[in-house]
Ligand binder design. Structure first.
Ligand SMILES: Cc1ncc(COP(=O)(O)O)c(C=O)c1O
Length: 313
């Protein structure tokens, strides 16, 4: 359990950060959140928060879609987060969860005329999927649509869609679900973006296929192009392309980078992690821990002020 939380505008003991059972966000899922990771670098005795600023930019975008008007900039939220994590004193990999929610204690489904609050907490966190070579199954649940519940916003209530897909997948013996759009194209995992490799090209669904616009997804594309010299394509993916892909991966803050080695009980490529996924995964783990100088600007240090590494607002 964390010792502290940011709650109602200040950092308080975690046990004082409580909401009512009448809270609007609790009853109707009218909130949005982020998942941010911080990585412990033992040789530098430093905790690096990965892509902190980008997460808060997306958080504010989600909040705007929910008609929230939060009185914080991304820069200020980043500063509060560094302060909170520093106060916890963690010296291990950590997960940071900011959540904004409709805070009024009233009955009535709506977005307007409601007070908004932000809470942030941070907890030690290891792996999200307990394998490095995941078996995935195409879900019978379809992805939520932009014109019903926008997947682009990280809306708390929308995660019931992910929960249905994840539980079905696990009960069917898979590690993870692959969810299709209403028109049958590959969208993403239950809480991860997906990439496939075909003939040396890295392919991922476009942001118009009801995906969360993943920060790790952008990182994958940049590392693939700049460091591996790969061609990257954002285009719709058919279900059966999963069956003929040479390699595939899931990526996201939680899952990090995990190879998909089976889809619907069929091997992907050789059925083990392939060279491109392995290269991307290894590079990612070096980058997030602050071990690649060129990408140090993506990592915000918690324990020392190193102004050149702080993202600019
Ligand atoms: C539905 C969904 N897709 C994709 C992602 C990956 O996004 P990111 O890389 O920004 O963590 C997440 C995780 O946050 C998610 O919940």
């Amino acid at each position: 359990m964390p010792k502290y939380a940011f709650f109602k505008g200040s950092i308080v003991p975690n046990e004082d950060a409580k909401i009512s059972i009448m809270t609007h966000g609790f009853n109707y899922g009218t909130g949005c959140f982020e998942g941010i990771r911080a990585y412990w670098n033992p040789s530098e005795e430093q905790l690096y928060i990965f892509k902190l600023h980008e997460h808060y930019e997306r958080f504010l975008d989600s909040s705007r879609i929910l008609l929230m008007n939060l009185p914080f900039t991304a820069q200020r939220l980043a500063e509060i987060t560094v302060e909170l994590v520093r106060k916890e004193g963690y010296r291990e990999d950590t997960y940071i969860r900011p959540v904004a929610y409709k805070a009024d204690e009233v009955i009535g489904v709506r977005l307007h005329n409601l007070r908004d609050e932000i809470a942030i907490f941070a907890v030690p966190f290891g792996r999200y999927i307990d394998t490095e070579e995941a078996h995935a199954g195409v879900s019978s649940w379809r992805r939520i649509d932009d014109n019903s519940v926008p997947a682009r916003a990280k809306i708390t209530g929308a995660y019931i869609n992910s929960a249905f897909a994840k539980t079905e997948a696990m009960r069917n013996g898979y590690d993870e679900a692959i969810v299709l759009t209403q028109d049958g194209h590959v969208s993403e995992g239950s809480a991860e973006n997906i990439f496939i490799v075909r003939d040396g090209v890295l392919i991922t669904p476009p942001i118009t296929d009801n995906i969360l616009e993943g920060i790790t997804r952008t990182v994958m594309m940049e590392l693939a192009r700049k460091e591996l010299g790969l061609q990257v394509m954002e285009r719709p993916i058919d279900r059966t392309e999963l069956y003929v892909a040479d390699e595939a991966l899931l990526c996201g803050t939680g899952v990090q980078v995990v190879a998909i080695t089976q889809v619907d009980h069929r091997p992907v490529g050789t059925g083990t992690i392939g060279p491109i996924v392995k290269a991307l995964r290894d590079l990612y783990f070096d980058v997030v821990r602050g071990r690649v100088r060129k990408y140090l600007g993506w990592c915000t240090p918690v324990y020392a002020d190193r102004p050149e590494a702080m993202p600019v607002s």
